[in-house]
Design a protein around this ligand. Sequence first.
Ligand code: ADP
Ligand code: MG
Length: 243
Amino acid sequence: METMITVQHLSKSFGTHEVLKDINFSVKKGEVVSIIGSSGSGKSTLLRCINLLEKPTGGEIIYKGENILDDKHNVNQYRTKLGMVFQQFNLFNNHDVLNNCMVGQVKVLKRSKEEAQKLAMKYLKVVGMDQYIHAKPKHLSGGQKQRVAIARALCMEPDVMLFDEPTSALDPEMVGEVLKVMKELAESGLTMLVVTHEMEFAREVSDRVVFMDKGVIAEEGIPEQIFNHPTQERTREFLKRTL
Ligand code: ADP
Ligand code: MG
């Protein structure tokens, strides 16, 4: 299977604080990889380095065989290949649902409004939000907002979707509807890298689980290994605290 993203010897420091240390892993096409670990272990920073919201201090990020940290690489083009979903939705609050899903397509991908609208409707249907196209975000529940945010990212037809704790800001009763959409996307073959505290999701939906601790990958493996037969003491400790 084709490798989509490979991270090699990635490091990131903020001042003297080394937040990521020699991170190595890769995501293959169609794979769902969950990243778990305690708060402060560097999960968000890792995702933000991968989509270049943060500049890594060292190492390489290889996307389809090219090091995107090379100066000559077209960063903007690379960014359009990654969809990002944040904990806090980050919708445009002054735009309705449909427009939220169209703006990036028209401005960044230069699609016609007609084409953008067609794709927006397609992906709003995928997340079950096609009945709300004229609603403003403030009139939506958290779960609905997050589903629109997922549709908006899908509209760019990215190669890889990055999720940073997409359900952590939601009321408990809304977590399920978002996880259901993510599970369906995973089953449809989308390549996904998911930072999550939802251990049930990580166990059921992921092909692989990466456990981060204090800026390093402490253990990585299939869900069966990580959850049932962890080899590292710190993985066992983390799971004992979490499950
Ligand atoms: P996680 O997502 O696993 O909770 P983060 O990647 O958000 O962890 O943070 C890892 C560490 O990096 C934390 O100690 C955090 O305080 C620090 N950190 C994250 N972003 C910044 C920043 N912009 N400036 C300084 N320190 C940061
Ligand atoms: Mg985080």
